[in-house]
Write a protein that binds this ligand. Structure first.
Ligand SMILES: *Cc1c(COP(=O)(O)O)cnc(C)c1O
Length: 342
């Protein structure tokens, strides 16, 4: 099982997103093991593009990024300073007065960042908490003051200007760098950009960055093929019955690898295809833990591998068939795939 990561495409996506915000710096979000693709691999490629600000979710994720990018770049930890966290040389994004006082007691004089809650109600100082501590915190000199948009993938959503106004108000008079936009926010326009951009999913070829170059190819090895006669079934629970003579291939991947059982087909409505070049081979029957059966009747020759994620069927098409978003498909891709750069 091979997960190929096109680092040239990743770097091109970075340059394209950064070019949308020429007056801001662009960092890179590499949380959840670089959105499932391998944090070391993608962080190193981004560092070669000159990225000097990386974001991970947890302190435990910082080590792999540091090993890949060397001593220079900053690594921000979005979950902040949790009790017992070993931050190493990473910079916590402090999300509450409790985190702020814990961090200052343990790491006096060391760099920190601040997250403000502008309405998402997930992480960050509430307006009242910030008002009470703003002067003290700004005197301590945060490296960054940031917030996060809840609805940036919907450009016309009224939440966007509402959060923008809240962020402007809360950061009035703040002279340290400000950061507000992830991929969706970058696409909303320059008034959302401030000083540091935080693109994640767009780097990896996912929506809402519609112009992204595909980064991921997922190829699944064919283990066995067989001919089935009309009326025969395939897979658990006999959910699929051959209507005509056809050829079935079994490939080595399944729901234990993040390919949800929702990709199963009852034969009425194929949910998704595997690809041999441009030829579509529909999934038939149930997706098993480690195996998927595919109708390869359209192929004259059976290749060694069939592609599930490829330019013909990008990650968001697979996500739609699973009833989810590209982010979840990428971060759910299992540990059994070998990840390699191309
Ligand atoms: C995940 C995350 C990002 C990156 O978001 P994308 O939509 O993947 O670009 C940026 N900032 C914060 C706070 C995040 O949690």
């Amino acid at each position: 099982m091979a997960l190929q990561i096109d680092l040239g495409a990743l770097r091109a996506n970075y340059r394209a997103l950064a070019a949308l915000g020429p007056s801001a710096r662009a960092g890179g979000v590499v949380k959840a093991d670089g959105y499932g693709l391998g944090a070391g691999l993608v962080a190193q490629a981004l560092a070669q593009e000159g990225v000097s600000d990386f974001f991970v979710a947890l302190a435990s994720e910082a080590g792999a990024v540091r090993a890949a990018v060397g001593p220079g770049p900053r690594i921000f930890v979005l979950s902040g300073h949790m009790a017992g966290a070993d931050l190493g040389d990473a910079i916590p994004v402090l999300n509450s007065p409790e985190q702020y006082f814990r961090d200052r007691a343990i790491r006096p004089g060391q760099p920190f960042a601040i997250q403000l809650d502008t309405g998402m109600n997930r992480l960050g100082f509430e307006p009242g908490e910030w008002a009470a501590l703003k002067a003290e915190i700004l005197t301590a000199g945060p490296a960054l003051v940031m917030s996060h948009l809840a609805c940036a993938d919907e450009p016309d959503h009224p939440m966007n200007p509402r959060q923008l106004a809240a962020f402007r108000e809360m950061t009035e008079g703040v002279t340290v760098p400000r950061s507000f936009a992830a991929t969706g926010g970058i696409l909303l326009g320059t008034e959302y950009h401030f000083d540091l951009l935080r693109p994640g999913v767009g780097l990896y070829g996912g929506m809402p960055f519609a112009d992204a170059r595909p980064v991921v190819r997922l190829s699944l090895p064919v283990i066995q093929t067989r001919d089935v006669a009309p009326g025969e079934t395939a897979g658990y629970s006999n959910t699929w019955t051959a209507e005509r003579a056809c050829r079935i291939a079994t490939v080595a991947a399944g729901y234990a690898d993040g390919l949800h059982r929702t990709l199963s087909s009852d034969g009425q409505r194929p949910r998704i295809d595997l690809f041999a070049g441009d030829v579509r081979c529909p999934i038939v029957g149930r997706v098993s833990m480690d195996l998927i059966t595919v109708d390869v009747s359209a192929l004259a020759e059976i290749p060694a591998e069939l592609d599930l994620i490829c330019p013909q069927q990008p990650v968001d098409a697979v996500a739609e068939a699973m009833g989810t978003i590209g982010y979840e498909v990428l971060t759910g891709l299992g540990r059994r795939y070998s990840r390699s750069a191309v």
